[in-house]
Write a protein that binds this ligand. Structure first.
Ligand code: BES
Ligand code: ZN
Ligand code: ZN
Length: 482
């Protein structure tokens, strides 16, 4: 899909559909030279989410779509995103190939954010996984005609929307086509296309030498080798800030010897959603830079049962020297994250570190599919992620880690165990408590995205059974806020 940006006074070129927005009580203004039946224009009520498509009587467009934004005082980024996505959906329904957004006004809303939300909605709304389908028909070209400030915002929005779509494509791709080695390929591709981004990949031999016994234990039962991907974005001008994002990259989680029930096992292709989000963030950084030095770590592997697989009760040694009893091989995300977090704390030494992981089924029970759980060791960091969540509508809600949760993760044979006792409950918090043993003194937040990564409610630009790319918009917003 091609996204083009033009200014308001640039010549209008032919396309199948013109999209215009309107607010309650304000007449919709069409570009000069475009006409639609007066009755359609005058009877349209611009309530939020309302739309009407009509034939054009004059101008270079076949049809015109009006989309309502509601009352101007109540406009927020989310209804702009959704309005833009509604338009893409309408274009797809009518099997159109090219569409043009005309945004002459920002209705009192911040023009930059208006542009960003407009483009995010259009790009994310156009997401479709068609890599594995024969037909190639569909939307090909999207043009934005806007004023200068909206245009700058829209440029960001296109980059951010594309990063979100990349994450979703990686998520939705079946696990036999998105293996650890495929995530490595995707990371290399991002680094190759950017001057500011480089990548290092640790293979199993390198990880063995470094003593990452926890990470390596998860893929003992798989033919696919594990990797630790390390992406680095170095800004031109150093501001001194350094952050590290760590994403769980389990390309398939069968549970291992502690095998999962088969009913929903196919959903475990999504167990790499944290890693997908980190790749999405770097994809965004490759087109809009950031002053922050950003590191991305993706431990990636497959969790399968086999004669060689790690067994419940086995003891493994992590990068920081702690010995872990693997009492349940299905609590594997924390095992691969443990080594990645300990590596980040020791070698990267960031000012802040955020991990994203589809870590626990418990967070789905607690917060459902619309909200990401956050916990960690630094209230300011937690709060900045909650605020970023509000701004991006990728909501984040704090969960506690108390001393009891940490105590519960102490082992009998080794230093730690990877699950708590059966009566403790608080599955998401005990998962976070386990991770806390590997972050040292580094300010750290853990985002449990097991609920929010896929299967969320319909919001026009995302929703339904597929991946949401959660984390990309959130972390880009967080980077901007520091
Ligand atoms: N990948 C799963 C978590 C998960 C489950 C995500 C369902 C989304 C939907 C994780 O590796 C896992 O299996 N966690 C266990 C932990 C338990 C054994 C302590 C869980 O949540 O049941
Ligand atoms: Zn698991
Ligand atoms: Zn898992």
């Amino acid at each position: 899909m091609k996204f083009l940006q033009k200014s308001l006074n640039a010549k209008l070129t032919k396309s199948d559909l013109l999209i215009v927005f309107g607010c309650h009580g304000k007449k919709i203004k069409l570009p000069q030279g475009v006409k639609i039946p007066v009755s359609a224009l005058e009877s349209f009520v611009c309530s939020s989410g309302q739309k009407r498509i009509t034939d054009s009587i004059k101008g270079p467009f076949q049809r015109v779509l009006m989309v309502g934004l509601g009352e101007s005082k109540k406009i927020d980024a989310e209804n702009i995103r959704r309005a833009a996505a509604i338009a893409v959906k309408e274009a797809r329904k009518n099997k159109l190939e090219s569409i043009t957004y005309w945004a002459a006004k920002n209705y009192g809303f911040d023009a930059g954010i208006f542009g960003q939300a407009l483009a995010e909605g259009a790009v994310m709304g156009s997401y479709r996984l068609d890599d594995f389908k024969k037909s190639t028909e569909g939307l090909k070209k999207v043009t934005f005609h806007t004023g200068e400030i909206i245009k700058r915002g829209a440029k960001r929005g296109i980059a951010i929307g594309n990063g979100n779509c990349l994450a979703r494509r990686l998520q939705d791709t079946p696990a036999n086509k998105m293996r650890p080695r495929d995530l490595v390929r995707e990371a290399r591709k991002i680094a190759k296309n950017s001057v500011s981004i480089s990548v290092k990949v640790f293979d199993e031999g390198a990880m063995k030498k470094m003593g990452m016994g926890s990470l390596l234990s998860v893929s003992e039962g798989s033919f696919e080798p594990a990797y630790l991907i390390h992406l680095i974005h170095r800004p031109k001008a150093k501001t001194g800030n350094k952050v590290c994002f760590v994403g769980k990259g389990l390309t398939f989680d069968s549970g291992g010897i502690s095998l999962k029930p088969s009913g929903k096992m196919h959903e475990m292709k999504y167990d790499m959603s944290g890693g997908a989000a980190v790749l999405g963030v770097f994809d965004v950084l490759s087109s809009i830079s950031s002053d922050v030095e950003v590191h991305g770590l993706i431990p990636t592997s497959e969790n399968l049962p086999d004669g060689k697989a790690t067994k419940p009760g086995d003891l493994v040694t992590a990068y920081n020297g702690l010995k872990i009893e693997v009492l349940n091989t299905d609590a594997e995300g924390r095992l691969i994250l443990a080594d990645a977090l300990a590596y980040a704390a020791k070698k990267i030494r960031p000012d802040a570190m955020v991990d994203l992981a589809t870590l626990t089924g418990a967070v789905v029970v607690a917060l459902g599919h619309e909200i990401t759980g956050v916990m960690g060791n630094d209230d300011d960091l937690t709060q900045s992620l909650v605020e970023a969540g509000k701004r991006t509508s990728e909501m984040v809600w704090p969960l506690p880690i108390i001393d009891l949760h940490k105590k519960e993760m102490k082992g009998i044979v080794g230093d730690l165990r990877n699950i708590s006792g059966p009566a403790t409950g608080a599955g998401s918090s005990t998962g976070g408590a386990f991770l806390s043993y590997f972050v040292g003194e580094t300010p750290w937040a853990h985002l449990d995205i097991a609920g929010s990564a896929w299967g969320a409610a319909q919001r026009d630009y995302q929703g339904g059974e597929q991946g949401t790319g959660v984390g990309v918009r959130l972390l880009i917003d967080y980077l901007e806020s520091i």
